[in-house]
Design a protein around this ligand. Structure first.
Ligand SMILES: O=C(O)CCC(=O)C(=O)O
Length: 274
């Protein structure tokens, strides 16, 4: 399905067309918001985070497996490794903001915070959580269809005030596993999960609960932003290409509230960590 209705090149508060896309589609895309030198800085910073986590994995850390997927609590983050048995490749780091100053500063960038004031429905916004998703060439695995709201339902009261923004760190296309959404799937709130598929199954959305014909592949150049609702069904395919596909996913909330994985408050914007 074509993207046109949900994409703009705007950088400030959200436009009327974006508001309509948010309400009707559950997402909108802003292409090429960051300049080439900034994108390079973010990519370098992401690799510094990976290096710090690799160091942390060499020290004492808690390791566990759920449904065969390996996780570590290391360096102040939850770290997921790629799924192949014995893989040491890092797939997800949550949170990442404490690992690198450049990425910590990005959380306060007006190009993220200004639209978030509208989506959070508060002039004061704070960080809820932040993830670095790394799809390495040939090894990066899929993200199954899911909503974020069921993960957060036991923690947060106002699920509809937890908007996400995905920042592409590399050009994202169908071959390297670009981000995908199900247009309009946010409108029914939390959808049923999978049954009989292990402990994680209930967190993946039952495909009978949405229409696969509404799938949109968010192909976009590096430095683009996809804003999406916590109820929007989303996921992505494996990286079958020789190019990496890295992305940040940052979730905001009204100011004055504590973060999801860290027992501290992190205001964003002018009042942020600076
Ligand atoms: O990075 C992706 O392609 C998927 C991200 C995602 O589903 C998530 O972080 O919840």
């Amino acid at each position: 399905m074509a993207l046109e209705r949900s994409q703009t090149a705007h950088t400030g508060r959200i436009t009327d067309a974006e508001r309509r896309a948010w309400e009707e589609d559950g997402f909108f895309l802003r292409k090429a918001v960051f300049a080439a030198d900034e994108i390079r800085e973010f990519g370098d910073a992401a690799e510094r985070c990976v290096a710090r986590i690799h160091d942390a994995l060499l020290g004492a850390n808690e390791r566990y497996a759920i449904d065969g997927n390996v996780y570590h609590e290391a360096g102040g983050s939850t770290v997921q490794l790629e799924h192949q048995p014995g893989s040491r490749t890092i797939r997800v780091i949550e949170p990442f903001h404490h690992l690198d100053e450049r990425l910590n500063a990005l959380i306060d960038d007006a190009r993220l915070v200004e639209p978030m004031r509208d989506l959070v429905r508060s002039e004061r916004v704070a960080l809820f959580t932040d993830k670095l998703n790394l799809k390495r060439p040939r090894e990066g695995s899929r993200f199954r269809w899911h909503q974020d709201s069921p993960y957060w339902a036991h923690f947060a009261d106002e699920l509809d005030r937890l908007p996400n923004v995905l920042v592409t760190l590399d050009d994202a296309n169908e071959e390297n596993g670009c981000f995908r959404v199900i247009r309009g799937s946010h409108r029914k709130g939390m959808l049923p999960g999978l049954e009989g598929e292990g402990r994680l199954g209930p967190l993946f959305t039952d495909p009978r609960a949405f229409d696969a014909a509404d799938e949109v592949a968010c192909t976009a150049p590096a430095g683009s932003l996809v804003f999406f609702s916590p109820h929007t069904v989303h996921g992505s395919q494996p990286n079958h290409s020789d190019t990496r596909r890295r992305a940040l996913v940052i979730t905001y909330q009204p100011g004055g509230r504590r973060m999801f994985k860290v027992d501290a408050k992190r205001e964003a914007g002018e009042a942020g960590a600076g």
